[in-house]
Write a protein of this length. Structure first.
Length: 196
């Protein structure tokens, strides 16, 4: 299948970049669609980690204010995985080691890749690289975040069973933590056998 970008311009650049594209592409049944115009949020790549202590069978979740949830008329304080944007010169793995310390006050000792996925490909280019990270939850402080970045983050250390309960109660309402806990539900026994 073929496509052609007819025009590409940047409409806005700030916390994210908003681009406008005019394009056409081949139809499944043959021929070409008429030229389409779409705006796309250019965010680049992000990396996220679910910090898991296999000895204590506990997970660290973080809670913070999210403006997208606010404008969707939901509770803007979301419970999420540790995550951050991949900056120039960084790898996704670099990001999860850094963000685990900044957002949850924990050290990641080992990692396993869960997946990489497009967040919402109809509107944004953002790709998330999701990992599970072995950590020790025995002395996690409650509050974290970088003041100069306006971060105000609360860490929650929950048992695996309580994490599953939160998932089933709908306490996770964004893709990242839902994918992470579902993966952990499927892989927990294997991880404990390997990491304990």
């Amino acid at each position: 299948m073929h496509y052609k970008i007819l025009h590409h311009s940047t409409l806005y650049e700030g916390f994210f970049r908003l681009d406008k594209l005019k394009f056409e592409h081949e139809k499944f049944a043959g021929g070409m669609v008429k030229p389409q115009i779409r705006e796309v949020l250019e965010r680049g790549e992000a990396a996220a980690v679910i910090p898991y202590d296999p000895v204590r069978d506990e997970v660290i979740w973080i809670e913070q204010f999210r403006v997208g949830a606010l404008t969707a008329k939901l509770d803007p304080w979301l419970t999420e995985t540790v995550a951050g944007i991949v900056e120039t010169g960084e790898s996704p793995v670099d990001v999860i080691y850094r963000e685990a310390v900044e957002e949850a006050g924990c050290q990641i000792q080992e990692i396993e890749k869960i997946t990489s996925y497009l967040v919402s490909p109809g509107i944004t280019s953002e790709i998330v690289h999701l990992y599970c990270g072995k950590t020790n939850t025995s002395s996690i402080a409650r509050y974290h975040g970088l003041e100069h970045e306006g971060e105000d983050i609360k860490a929650h250390v929950l048992s695996f069973a309580e994490s599953v309960k939160w998932y089933r109660q709908g306490r996770f309402n964004s893709a990242m933590p839902m994918l992470a806990i579902q993966w952990l539900m499927l892989n927990r026994d294997r991880l404990r056998a390997r990491w304990v």
